[in-house]
Design a protein around this ligand. Sequence first.
Ligand code: SD4
Length: 310
Amino acid sequence: MAWGIIATWRMALEGIIKAKEILENGQSSLDAVETAVNMVEDCPEYRSVGYGGLPNENCQVELDAAFMDGDTLSIGAVGGLRDFKNPVSIARKLMQEKFNIFLVGSGAEEYAHKTGFERINMLTEYSKKEWYKKRKEIYDKNLNPYDGHDTVGMVGLDKRGKIAVATSTSGLFMKKHGRVGDSPLSGSGFYADSKIGAASATGLGEDIMKGCISYEIVSLMDKGYHPQYAAEYAVYNLNKKLIDRRGKAGDISVVCMNNKGEWGVATNINKFSFVVATDSQKPTVYIASFSNGKTTYKEASREWINTHTE
Ligand code: SD4
C-alpha cells in the first residue's frame, strides 16, 4: 500500500527523513509522526516549536500541540503548556482518554507530570535574548508583535492505511499569557480521517480558526477533490471571506494528503516551505508561494536548506 508524509516548514526535514524509515518498515503513522515532531521539538534552532520556542509577552514559553488518529478519530490536545519536553507526546497520550482529551495550562502540566513526562525548562538563553530585542523593537518602532512564527503540522499515511496528524508550536511570539491558537483546535489546526485524508495549517491562528480550514479541506477531499484542489479552494475561499468581511486576512498555509498518498499545499504568503516524502518520492523540501490567486511551488536548493530553519 502507498505511504506518505507531509509537513509544514523546512524545519520538518530531519524528522521526515527519520519518519520515512519508520513508514517504509511498515510501522504505524502514529509513531512516524510522533518521532518526527519530537525531533523538531527537541531542536533549539527551530525557534517556534518545543525547546527554544519563542516566549509570550511575559517571557514564558507556552506550548500548544495536538494529535489525531484518523482510524478512530481519537484526539488529544494541550494548550498553554509550560516546561515539558515533548508536548506532542503528551497530546498523543491524551488521545487514549475517553474524557478530558484537551487540557490547558496547569491542568495539562499536572497530567503530564502524573503520566511521567519529562519536565525541563523550555526557555533558552537565545530565546530570552530575542524576547528582550523584540520588546525593545515593539516599544521603539511601534511594531506589530505578532509577525512571523511557525508551527510544525504533519500528516502521515502508513502502509496499512492509517492516517495520523499532529501539530506542535509555541504559538505567536509575544502572545498574551493564556492565548491558545489554532494548532491544538480540532478542525482548525488539524483534522484526520483515514477513510479520506488529513490536513494541517500554519499561520495566524486567530484567522485560521475562523474557517475551520483543516476540516474544510478533509470535507472537500471527501467529495472527491484532489488534495491540491481542496487545499487551494479552502485557503483562497477563507482568504477572500476574511478580506471581504474584515478588510484583511492573516497568513494561512496548509498541507494535506489523501488516503492514496496524493498531497496538496496552499498558501496566501510569498514563502511557505514544506517537506514531503512518499513511497515514490524521496524527502524533498519545497518552497510554495502565492501569485495570481494560485499556489505554485519549486524544490528548495541545497544551499537554501542549509541556510534556513523556517
Ligand atoms: C498559532 N498557527 O498559534 C500558530 C502559529 C503559526 O505560522 O503557525 N504561525 O496561531
